[in-house]
Design a protein around this ligand. Structure first.
Ligand code: IPM
Ligand code: MN
Length: 378
């Protein structure tokens, strides 16, 4: 940490990204009231809109600042119809630039249903799962798999005839993300809601894919070093059923990149929707935190997007910074934020449209900020 505090590089990005980031910064400011904050934030533009206007996704200085920062907070990137000459969506360079460039190998996505949050598993607001049944963390490998930049297309006579995406599974990539999962399972206080067991579930397709057989092999090797943690493996197709039917069984789940992308969106339904889904992209030295929902063009500019995913991303960021630097102040702030958020959610007093409410993005931030200020005195 420099004298002025941990440096947080903020990348608002596109669409609803800047709106939820603004809400998040409002809450960070409220956390810091009453004492000098052990962090300072600096914002950098970038994304699809930036590409449209400037011909590049972000400035080299912004990228350098994000790389040099102690942590990165990202809003969302991407906009319909804005793509790079090679067809990639514009703005994804920020996400992948950081995931690959900073080697952020574990994408950690908690899935917890808070009291007062409603989900749509059984139709509109019918309570199927209760908060005591949904508390798992999915860890997605973040630097290889189908996202490895080994792609290609064959064009003949101006038309594409064939396209290939190569799925890369390495020992190094598997080992470190699996270890991350077991370390987390070991630390988690409550274990699986169903039976309190510390459990890591490997989600793969080892009945078909060689890479998955290898991933599962490494899973068993690494897992053997954690006798106090139960381990099990399941095929990804069966897992999608089981997750919805029996979420309380799961504690920590680890999987490869593309499967992780898919099953974390599915899991988000259990926690009330994408409006609550936050992710931490964690490496050994760097980390980037983000709401998972993306730039949601349909809702952009309306101040209506659910900012709680961003609040949870900030909570994760503070916790990670505190642990990395053995700085208890950050953990205390993360706890304060979580308590304030939990109280606001339980009261049902800041429901955005996706929860059937009318609270705005900034209104929800005001509620949490007020709770931080006053709630602790009650
Ligand atoms: C996510 C997103 C990204 C991904 C997109 C925006 C590139 O869907 O973080 O889950 O596919 O990883
Ligand atoms: Mn995704």
């Amino acid at each position: 940490m420099s004298e002025a505090g941990y440096r947080i590089a903020v990348l608002p990005g596109d669409g609803t990204g800047p709106e939820v980031v603004r809400a998040g910064l409002r809450v960070l400011d409220a956390l810091a009231e009453g004492g000098p904050a052990p962090w300072r934030t600096a914002e950098y533009p970038g994304g699809a809109m930036y590409y449209r206007d400037h011909g590049r996704e972000w400035e080299p200085e912004s990228e350098a600042a994000a790389r040099a920062a102690d942590a990165v907070l990202l809003g969302a990137v991407g906009w319909p119809g804005v793509s790079l000459p090679n067809g990639d969506i514009a703005g994804a360079g920020l996400v992948f630039g950081l995931r690959f460039g900073l080697d952020l190998f574990a994408n950690v996505r908690p899935c917890r249903l808070y009291p007062g949050v409603r989900h749509r598993v059984g139709g509109l607001w019918k309570e199927v799962w209760t908060p005591d049944q949904v508390d798992l963390v999915i860890i997605r490998e973040n630097t290889e798999g189908l996202y490895a930049p080994i792609h290609g297309a064959l064009s003949r006579g101006g038309s594409t005839e064939l396209a290939v995406d190569t799925r890369v599974i390495t020992r190094k990539g598997s080992e470190r993300v699996i270890r991350h999962a077991f370390e987390l399972a070991r630390r988690r206080a409550r274990g699986a809601p169903e039976d309190g067991a510390k459990r890591v579930t490997c989600v793969d397709k080892a009945n078909v894919l060689r890479g998955c057989q290898f991933f599962r092999e490494v899973f068993d090797e690494v897992g053997a070093g954690y006798p106090e943690v139960e381990r099990e493996s399941t095929y990804v197709d069966a897992f999608t059923q089981s997750l919805v039917r029996d979420p309380a069984h799961y504690d920590v789940v680890v999987t490869t990149n593309m499967f992780g992308d898919i099953v974390t969106d599915l899991a988000a339904v259990l926690q009330g929707g994408m409006g609550f889904a936050a992710g931490g992209n964690i490496g050994s030295d760097h980390a980037m935190f983000e709401p998972v929902h993306g730039s949601s063009p349909k809702h952009a500019g309306k101040n209506e997007t659910n900012p709680f995913a961003t609040f949870f991303a900030i909570e994760m960021m503070l916790r990670w910074l505190g642990e990395k630097h053995a700085d208890a102040r950050l953990g205390v702030q993360a706890d304060r934020l979580e308590r304030a958020v939990a109280r606001v959610l339980a009261a049902g007093s800041a429901r955005t449209y996706d929860q059937g409410g009318t609270t705005s993005t900034s209104g929800a931030a005001d509620r949490v900020a007020a709770e931080l200020r006053d709630g602790e005195r009650r």
